[in-house]
Design a protein around this ligand. Structure first.
Ligand code: FAD
Length: 444
């Protein structure tokens, strides 16, 4: 039996536990890095059949908690992880700046963040960054791909602890296996299988619009578009439309001017059940996707229609990047929120998108994953009590989830003066502090 030690929060926890983490994207990797730094052993089970997740090539806003996470745990020599934006600005239909505010924000790419985390978790080499030297004080870090988790059950042994996690190979479902864990972390995204086992009535609902996304290499944009987007976070609103753009690191994480990417997110309404929604979510092979059509699979005819609409509706700089994007992709915007973040008396924990799938307007999904991972590690280390851990984790999830729904409803489904959208964005850009969470959000 594992030896236990008393922690500063008064709980007795085993000195060395084995955590099985379901999902090897940013949330799972962040949790793995934080727990192995405490000396615990971790195994990530990722359903993707290939060893690396496919980079959608898109941007993420590196919010305060994402940067705090990297400051605390990143052991790579590489420290530049983002392109800094110095100003938020709004365009009119002709492309003139009609409002601007000085405001620093850091923009990264999903690919760079993923590879930094893989280098720190399981030492995966990549052109993005160096690999830190092994640290013998850290726990074991195992990353297994091609493992779809199919069941999680409590094991009642003599020590009355433990969970059995069953998996099957994604590429060959006849190959199956199981692992014993002290704790299981569900970091399996907004469609979480783990959540469906323990909170089966939680539904993921479509918000009535999609995000069309893509990137253009900075030097391939016209001088006018480059001038508009360089080091700025730029927005345009019109009825049923919002588009925004910012610069992110380019190939293999380069932040060289000219090689960076102009990343856009173009929200546009597609009513539920409409032929337009079917068209945009049906790929070039005729397969209708439920949530995402990945890069390279968009139906050229459907994308051509969106490019024509972009030219009709958007300021010229935005229309240009939509029309120049080589590998656009589409994501249906959805809402989902779990009623709780722990189950089986704490043996099963949800983090990141599995706990709360935010609308992208909040630019907080990766920050939530980082926040959840750091706070959970503090709880496991005994620095934070169980109730505080639960209250803050649920506070973040509920507060930001509600904010995303409100921002999205206002920008997509109501016609408001531009000042209102600016105010929403200004509020969403204030760094998230725990004192901001209202009581209804932190109730557990
Ligand atoms: C391949 C990929 C590319 C992305 N690219 C971007 C981007 O460019 N910009 C952006 O803003 N956001 C992107 N996201 C989403 C972003 O990672 C999340 O919104 C945020 O970082 C929170 O991450 P998460 O780990 O909680 O959830 P997710 O990133 O959704 O990860 C969930 C992971 O769980 C795995 N999984 C699901 N079910 C099972 C199962 N039963 N067994 C084992 N594994 C399972 C999935 O394959 C996935 O890797 C991407 C996500 C993925 C998976």
């Amino acid at each position: 039996m594992a030896t236990t030690s008393e922690t500063t929060n008064g709980e007795r926890t085993p000195e060395k536990m084995h955590f099985v983490i379901v999902g090897g994207s940013l949330g799972g990797l962040a949790t793995g890095i934080a727990l192995k730094a405490l000396g615990h052993d971790t195994t990530i089970l990722e359903r993707n059949p290939a060893p690396l997740l496919h980079d959608q090539g898109a941007g993420i806003v590196a919010g305060g908690h994402s940067l705090a996470f990297l400051q605390r745990y990143n052991r790579c020599q590489r420290k530049v992880v983002a392109v800094r934006s110095e100003r938020r600005q709004y365009l009119d239909r002709e492309g003139n700046v009609v409002h601007q505010i000085d405001a620093e924000q850091n923009m990264s790419s999903w690919g760079l963040t993923y590879h930094l985390m893989r280098a720190n978790y399981d030492g995966l080499p990549s052109p993005y960054c160096d690999v830190p030297a092994p640290d013998p004080s850290q726990g074991a870090a195992v990353h297994l791909h091609d493992r779809t988790v199919t069941a999680v059950e409590a094991v009642h042994g003599s020590d009355n602890s433990g969970v059995c996690v069953s998996w099957q190979c994604t590429s060959d479902p006849s190959r199956t296996g199981s692992l014993r864990a002290d704790r299981v972390i569900g970091a399996d995204g907004p469609g979480s299988f783990i959540r469906s086992l323990f909170a089966p009535s939680t539904e993921r609902t479509y918000a009535g619009y999609c995000a069309l996304r893509g990137t253009v290499v900075e030097h391939e944009a016209s001088p006018a578009a480059r001038d508009t987007f360089a080091n700025r976070f730029t927005f345009y609103h019109a009825p049923g439309i919002q588009i925004l753009a910012y610069l992110i690191p380019g190939l293999h994480g380069t932040v060289e001017p000219g090689q960076r990417l102009i990343n856009f997110v173009y929200y546009t309404n597609f009513p539920e059940g409409s032929p337009e929604l079917d068209e945009i979510l049906t790929d070039r092979h005729g397969r209708r996707h439920r949530i995402t059509v990945p890069p390279g699979l968009m139906d050229p005819k459907a994308w051509q229609r969106q490019q024509d609409l972009a030219r009709e509706r958007l300021p010229p700089q935005f229309a240009e990047v939509v029309c120049k994007a080589e590998r656009p992709f589409v994501q249906a915007v959805t809402d989902v929120l779990s009623p709780a973040n722990e189950f089986l008396d704490g043996k099963v924990v949800l983090i990141g998108d599995a706990l709360a799938g935010f609308r992208p307007h909040t630019v907080a999904s990766t920050s939530q994953a980082a926040f959840d991972a750091m706070l959970y590690a503090d709880y496991v280390a005994g620095k934070v009590g169980r109730e505080q851990w639960k209250r803050l984790t649920m506070g973040y999830a509920r507060f930001i989830q509600k904010r995303g729904v409100e921002m999205g409803q206002r920008s997509q489904h109501r016609v408001l003066p531009l000042e209102e959208y600016i105010r929403d964005r200004d509020e969403a850009s204030v760094p998230i502090r725990e004192e901001m969470f209202p009581e209804w959000a932190t109730a557990v």
